[in-house]
Each structure stands twice: as structure tokens, then as C-alpha cells.
Design a protein around this ligand. Structure first.
Ligand SMILES: *Cc1c(COP(=O)(O)O)cnc(C)c1O
Length: 341
């Protein structure tokens, strides 16, 4: 198959229209069989539930080319399950998990010419999402829904090395206790936009949100979970019911324990103990891990020993091992790599 004429290394993280996308509609209590289509436009009522009351959720994963030339994606079963959970929390009919995985495979295959080659650093980003599509004006769940998956090639997350970033402790809250922080709802992002624009204007790369109840505990950033390395070189992972269960974070915990022999402590993490940690990183599908060099808490700087030039040694090892597993250079745990073709 001939690849598209794209300068993979120069790609950013943006939308590029590809050839095919998957669409399935839910009507009269059932999902239809769905189609792959060239039509990239969505036509819905001006009163659609998603437009009035934000009834929508999404997922994000990547397809890429491994060292031996296969197109694969990473743990799509966990995205299928998480989207199922998101849909239930938003009173939407879940899209069946086996059909979710099949649709991911079908869309990637149909756009194989857009999957970047091994070694380019670029990947094919896959965006499944679902929304209420029929008119809703009294507040209630929609009766009809659309599930779609499109793909778009994205460039290497780190151009010219993974430089540590500076982040701030936010005065805004991301997710209430017993709210929707643990699901991938569009609404969680809508309310974070003001906070991230503010942080960027102040020169910070990201916001760290605290628990809204006591404002003493670390939750996560707007779109990534946080991991720390303690003075003994072990992994410390914040735990809370309002943190989004990152697949990258869950995979890193497994890698730390099973591949690197580290101890992993998943527990509530106080902001006041962060100065005792040696390394910090943000984890999510896009970057795998972004190293954090400095956290600014209302003018007070918390500088990690790993500094502002490179990843700390433990985070580097975690990064190398997980990306090695993803790219087929290191043997993966059973079921982690879904071969597409
Ligand atoms: C998607 C997301 C993450 C990262 O999850 P991955 O499955 O690792 O990509 C972290 N935090 C939030 C709020 C998210 O929406």
C-alpha cells in the first residue's frame, strides 16, 4: 500500500481529513450496523441533545507502525471499556465493546495510507466519540445517538527531545467529588479551557488540579495523569475517585512493577509532600510521559532533582520500556498489542 505524501516529522497535533470514517446511529433502542463513509460532515438538528446539554463523550488512542512493519494499536479494549463507562454515566446507550474494537480496526485499515512509518515518531490518532443527536429541549437524555470514529495523522509529540515543562497549581477545579472526573466527557474539557488559557498566558505548560474538597491533594492535569518518583526510586501515583483512569498510567504501573521491579504506591498524595519527590511526569496517550521539571504553587517553586534539561532516570526508564513495548522492540504483556495488519 502506498503511503500518502506527508512530511511525517513536520506534522503537529492537528486535524487532517483522511479518507474514511466509521458512523453508526442509535435509533428505536438499537445501534445500526454502521458504515465506513467518505462523508466527513455531521448533519443534526439545531436542537440536538449534544448542542443543548453537552451529552457527549470521547476516547483517544493511536495506531502506528512497529519495528517489524505491522500496523498496530495499543490496548483498544481498555478504550472500549472506558467509553462504555462514560456512556453509562451520561445516560447514553453504550456502543458494544467488541464492535468498538472492530470499528477501530476497520477505520485504521481503511486509512492505512495515513499510518506513519516506523521511526518517524508520528502516529495515527484515533478519535471515537458519541453524542445525543435528536432534538432535546426539556432536560433529559436524548433518544437517538451517533457514534463515530475518525483518524488523523499527528506528528512526534517531542520535537528535538523531551524537555521538562513547568506547570502551575491551579486555583480552578477540574472535577467535583462524585462528579464526572472519572469519565471522558466533553464537558470536563469545556470547563477546563478557561483555566488552560489562563495558565498559558502566565507562561505555564499545564495546570495541576487539586481535590476540590480540601484543596490539599494532587489530582491530575487537564488531560494527563501525574506520576512521581520518591526518594527511594519508587513510583508514587495519586489515587482519587475523580481522576480519569489513564490507560497510559495503568500500563506504566504494570511496567514499573513487572518489568523494572519498582515498588508502586497508589494512594492519596498531598501537595505538601511533593517537594520530597525526585521526579515528576504527566502521562497520557499523546506524549506517553511528559517530564515535569518544576511546579509553581502560588509563587513558591518546587524544583525536581531531575532538572529542566532532561527526563529523570526512573521516568526515562519507564518511558523507554513502555514505548519499547508499544513499538515491538520489547515483548509485550499478553493482549496489549492489537495487530491491525
Ligand atoms: C484522556 C485523559 C487522560 C489520559 O488517558 P490515556 O488513556 O492515558 O490517554 C488523562 N486525564 C484526562 C482528564 C483525560 O481525559
Amino acid at each position: 500500500m502506498e503511503k500518502k505524501n506527508i512530511d511525517w516529522a513536520a506534522l503537529g497535533f492537528g486535524y487532517i481529513k483522511t479518507d474514511k470514517r466509521f458512523v453508526s446511529n442509535f435509533k428505536n433502542g438499537a445501534w445500526d450496523e454502521g458504515v465506513l463513509t467518505e462523508d466527513d460532515k455531521v448533519v443534526i438538528s439545531e436542537c440536538a441533545g449534544v448542542l443543548q446539554y453537552a451529552q457527549t463523550c470521547f476516547e483517544g488512542l493511536k495506531a502506528y507502525t512497529t519495528e517489524d512493519g505491522h500496523i498496530v494499536c495499543f490496548r483498544p479494549d481498555l478504550n472500549a471499556k472506558r467509553m462504555h463507562d462514560s456512556a453509562e454515566r451520561l445516560e447514553m446507550p453504550p456502543f458494544p465493546e467488541d464492535r468498538f474494537i472492530q470499528a477501530v480496526v476497520d477505520v485504521v485499515k481503511a486509512n492505512a495510507a495515513y499510518v506513519p512509518p516506523y521511526g518517524s515518531g508520528a502516529t495515527l490518532y484515533i478519535r471515537p466519540y458519541m453524542f445525543g443527536s435528536n432534538p432535546v429541549i426539556g432536560v433529559k437524555p436524548a433518544d437517538e445517538y451517533q457514534f463515530r470514529i475518525f483518524v488523523t495523522p499527528v506528528g512526534p509529540y517531542f520535537k528535538g527531545g523531551a524537555k521538562p515543562i513547568t506547570v502551575k497549581i491551579s486555583d480552578f477545579d477540574r472535577a467535583a467529588p462524585h462528579g464526572t472526573g472519572h469519565i471522558k466527557a466533553g464537558l470536563n474539557y469545556a470547563m477546563s479551557l478557561h483555566a488552560i488559557v489562563t495558565a498559558h498566558n502566565e507562561g505555564y505548560a499545564e495546570n495541576i488540579y487539586l481535590d476540590p474538597g480540601t484543596r490539599t491533594k494532587i489530582e491530575e492535569t487537564g488531560g494527563a495523569n501525574i506520576i512521581f518518583v520518591d526518594a527511594d526510586g519508587n513510583l508514587v501515583v495519586p489515587k482519587s475517585g475523580s481522576i480519569l483512569p489513564s490507560i497510559t498510567r495503568r500500563s506504566l504501573v504494570y511496567v514499573a512493577e513487572k518489568y523494572l521491579g519498582l515498588k508502586v504506591d497508589e494512594r492519596e498524595v498531598l501537595l505538601s509532600e511533593v517537594p520530597n519527590f525526585k521526579e515528576c511526569g504527566l502521562c497520557g496517550t499523546a506524549a506517553v510521559i511528559s517530564p515535569v521539571g518544576k511546579i509553581v504553587d502560588h509563587g513558591k517553586e518546587i524544583c525536581f532533582e531531575s532538572g529542566m534539561e532532561k527526563m529523570g532516570p526512573v521516568i526515562q526508564k519507564l518511558y523507554d520500556t513502555l514505548t519499547g513495548i508499544q513499538m515491538g522492540r520489547i515483548e509485550a504483556p499478553e493482549g496489549w498489542i492489537k495487530v491491525i495488519e
